[in-house]
Design a protein around this ligand. Structure first.
Ligand SMILES: Nc1ncnc2c1ncn2[C@@H]1O[C@H](COP(=O)(O)OP(=O)(O)OP(=O)(O)O)[C@@H](O)[C@H]1O
Ligand SMILES: [Mg+2]
Length: 361
């Protein structure tokens, strides 16, 4: 048995004349928890549905384990999908909802009972088996939907924003339960989410999709610390990275000096391997946590909104040149809004991008 969970080879998808997926390659190892993120409409659900076989593949190949399943029926792919909208049968009990696919496959009664009870135990649903979906909470309903997938013992679980209908507290709880479930079952899981925290905490590997391609894939912190382009840099991390237009004004061995456009007294000395000519326009990316309040020199920010979360707060404001900026403060700092603060970037944490959005190292 190879250690491939799911593999996509130059997969494409067009709806009539619209190319949604333009060429996606990915390899998800057996047992990995993979997360797809990307802006609304970028094709996350479409890709998941293609892996499930619910959507044709316009070009390319999809492998599950060693098997080319590109043209295999959904029921024979060894995958189970969990949707955002639970999709439970309202007139059936929890037991019958979970047993549905096994009954359809004409499994023996004793086996159906055993598998449903096993799944119910994993999901703490044993007490709910006789109830109808309407008698359950949102979290319990979502667990039934997951249970329906578990009883089929799929090789691959596919989740399309399964927690997005739940309230904040329940989401946190279900997120932990999913992490435990993954550890327990050891199955390959592919998970689509809009939620940064879910992506960062659940994923072994994140795939950032945009414009029909995978922009970057890797372990969550690798994407966070080493984004390969401006899109990924801005997409991963909440609140988002700050971007400022700047111009290279000087270079030395392994370093360059970049000056913020429109702010002649704000220049930064940045370590770089690429030698950029003075005059080159660039974009500097700085995460909110790498802008620190300074007692002396620095960039002056007029703070208009302070989001105080307890342990940290996020200060939103504008620089003298008019650019929006967000910086982080550790500890409570009441009443910063309406004030002018001076901040300085940690220059070893500044990312440099071309104006086209490519990372320059
Ligand atoms: N059956 C279809 N026919 C035509 N176009 C479709 C069809 N399904 C999806 N699309 C289009 O494909 C694109 C990708 O849709 P998809 O649902 O995969 O996006 P998504 O990344 O899941 O977005 P969201 O985050 O909003 O769920 C969209 O532009 C959508 O309009
Ligand atoms: Mg979607």
């Amino acid at each position: 048995m190879s250690d491939t969970g799911v593999q996509l080879k130059d997969v494409k998808k067009s709806f009539s004349v619209v190319d949604v997926i333009r060429g996606v390659d990915m390899e998800i190892k057996r047992g990995q928890f993979a997360v797809f993120v990307g802006p609304s409409g970028c094709g996350k659900s479409t890709l998941l549905r293609m892996i499930a076989g619910l959507e044709d593949t316009s070009a390319g190949k999809i492998l599950i384990g060693d098997r080319d399943v590109t043209d295999v029926d959904p029921a024979d792919r060894g995958v189970a999908m969990v949707f955002q909208s639970y999709a439970l049968y309202p007139h059936l009990s929890v037991f019958e909802n979970m047993a549905f696919s096994l009954r359809l496959a004409k499994r023996p009664k004793a086996e159906v009972k055993e598998k449903v009870h096993e799944a119910a135990q994993v999901l703490q649903l044993t007490e709910q088996l006789d109830k109808k979906p309407a008698q359950l909470s949102g979290g319990q309903r979502q667990r039934v939907a997951i249970g329906r997938a578990i009883v089929r013992a799929p090789e691959v679980f596919l989740f399309d924003e399964p927690l997005s209908n739940l309230d904040a507290e329940l989401r946190v709880q279900m997120r932990l339960e999913l992490a435990r479930l993954h550890l327990k079952l050891g199955a390959t899981m592919i998970y689509v989410t809009h939620d940064q925290v879910e992506a960062m905490t659940l994923a072994d590997v994140i795939f950032v999709l945009q414009g029909g391609y995978v922009q970057q894939s890797g372990a969550p912190l690798d994407l966070y610390e080493d984004p390969s382009n401006r899109f990924v840099a801005g997409f991963i991390g909440s609140p988002s990275m700050n971007f400022f237009n700047a111009t290279v004004v000087a270079r030395a061995d392994g370093r360059l000096t970049a000056r913020l456009d429109g702010q002649p007294d704000q220049s930064f000395d940045i370590a770089m391997t690429t030698a950029l000519e003075p005059g080159t326009p660039v974009t500097l990316g700085i995460r909110p946590e790498h802008l620190v309040v300074s007692e002396g020199e620095g960039m002056r920010v007029t703070v208009d909104v302070a989001e105080e979360l307890g342990g940290v707060s996020y200060q939103h404001g504008t620089l003298e040149g008019g650019e929006a900026v967000i910086f982080q403060q550790i500890g409570a700092r009441h009443g910063m809004h309406g004030t002018v603060q001076t901040i300085l970037p940690q220059t070893d944490r500044i990312f440099v991008f071309s104006r086209e959005g490519d990372r320059i190292r």
